[in-house]
Design a protein around this ligand. Structure first.
Ligand SMILES: NC(=O)c1ccc[n+]([C@@H]2O[C@H](COP(=O)([O-])OP(=O)(O)OC[C@H]3O[C@@H](n4cnc5c(N)ncnc54)[C@H](OP(=O)(O)O)[C@@H]3O)[C@@H](O)[C@H]2O)c1
Length: 263
C-alpha cells in the first residue's frame, strides 16, 4: 500500500538532532521529499545522507532561524528547492533552558521568544498563503508540556512555548474549512540524544514520567498529522498531568515547587 507521505514536500526545522532528525528520517523512509534545516551543517549533512538513501530529492539548508529577517528569503529558497511545501513542521527551538526568573538575562528572555515563538510564526506566515491557495496542507507546532504546566526554573522557556501554543490554537480556528490543518504537539519526555528505537505502542502505554525514544515520538507526530488531530501529548499519559492541573492549580504548583526546591 502506498504511504500517505509519498511525494509530499515536508519542511522540518531543527532537523540536525533529536526529534527533528528522527522526523526527517521517518519521513524520508515513508517516501516524503524532506527539507531539513538547522545551524549545525555537519549534523544536518549526516541526517540528509540517511534521508537520501530513501528519498534522493531531500535537501538541507544551514540557517539560523532566530535571525527573523532571514525567514521570508529562506522560505522562498525552500519552495524553489522542493517545488512547494505541503507540510511545515516547526520543531526547532532553544530547549533545555533553565534559569530562575530573576537570574535569566533579559537578552536570553528575548532570545527564547524570538527563537521559540516569533521564528515559527514568521516562517508559518511565509509558507501558509501557498497552502491556502492550494486548499491543502498542514502546519505542525512542536510545543512543550512546559506550555501547559509551567515549571519553576523554566519561566522564559515555558512562556515562549505558551505563546507558540496560543498563536497556533487561534490559527487552527482561523483555518477551519480551508483544507489546511494545524497540529500542536506537547512532548513531555523524549530522548533527543539517541537514535535507539522502540515499539510505537510506547506512546500510548508509557507512564507520563517515562522517556520516549525520538523515533517513536516522531512516528506518533506523523500519525497525528495524518489523523488531523489538533493536539497530542508524548507520551499520551502526560495529558493526565494537565487535567490534574486544571482540577487543582494550587496543588499542581505546590507539587512543582517541592520538586524545584528539593535538596
Ligand atoms: N525532548 C523533550 O523531551 C522535549 C520536551 C518538550 C519539548 N520539546 C521540544 O521538541 C523540539 C525538539 O527538541 P529536541 O528535544 O529534539 O532537542 P534538540 O535535539 O536540542 O533539537 C533542537 C533542534 O533545533 C535546532 N535549533 C535550535 N536553535 C536553532 C536556530 N536558532 N536555528 C536553527 N535551528 C535551531 C537545533 O539544531 P542546531 O543546534 O544545529 O541549530 C536542533 O536541531 C523542541 O521544540 C523542544 O522544545 C522536547
Amino acid at each position: 500500500m502506498a504511504s500517505a507521505w509519498a511525494g509530499r514536500r515536508v519542511l522540518v526545522t531543527g532537523a540536525s538532532s533529536g526529534i527533528g532528525a528522527a522526523l526527517a528520517r521517518e519521513l524520508a523512509r515513508a517516501g516524503a521529499v524532506v527539507g531539513l534545516c538547522a545551524r549545525r551543517t555537519d549534523r544536518l549533512e549526516a541526517v540528509l545522507a540517511d534521508c537520501r538513501e530513501h528519498s534522493p530529492g531531500c535537501q538541507a539548508w544551514t540557517v539560523d532561524l532566530a535571525d527573523l529577517d532571514r525567514l521570508v528569503g529562506f522560505a522562498a529558497e525552500v519552495v524553489a528547492g522542493l517545488g512547494r511545501v505541503d507540510v511545515l513542521i516547526n520543531n526547532a527551538a532553544r530547549s533545555n533552558y533553565h534559569a530562575g526568573a530573576l537570574e535569566t538575562p533579559s537578552a536570553d528572555l528575548e532570545y527564547l521568544m524570538r527563537c521559540n515563538y516569533l521564528s515559527p510564526v514568521r516562517l508559518t506566515r511565509a509558507l501558509l498563503p501557498s497552502m491556502l491557495a492550494r486548499g491543502t496542507g498542514a502546519v505542525v507546532a512542536v510545543s512543550s508540556m512546559a506550555a501547559k504546566i509551567s515549571p519553576p526554573g523554566e519561566t522564559a522557556y515555558a512562556a515562549s512555548k505558551a505563546a507558540l501554543s496560543a498563536w497556533f490554537e487561534a490559527l487552527a480556528g482561523e483555518l477551519r474549512g480551508t483544507g489546511v490543518r494545524v497540529n500542536l504537539v506537547y512532548p513531555a519526555l523524549v530522548d533527543a540524544e539517541t537514535d535507539a528505537d522502540g515499539p510505537d505502542a510506547l506512546v500510548a502505554t508509557a507512564p507520563s514520567h517515562e522517556v520516549l525514544p525520538a523515533p517513536v515520538a516522531a512516528r506518533a507526530i506523523l500519525a497525528q498529522v495524518e489523523a488531523g488531530d489538533l493536539e497530542s501529548y508524548l507520551p499520551h499519559s502526560a495529558q493526565a498531568l494537565v487535567d490534574a492541573r486544571h482540577d487543582d492549580l494550587d496543588a499542581s504548583i505546590d507539587l512543582l515547587a517541592r520538586w524545584y526546591h528539593r535538596s
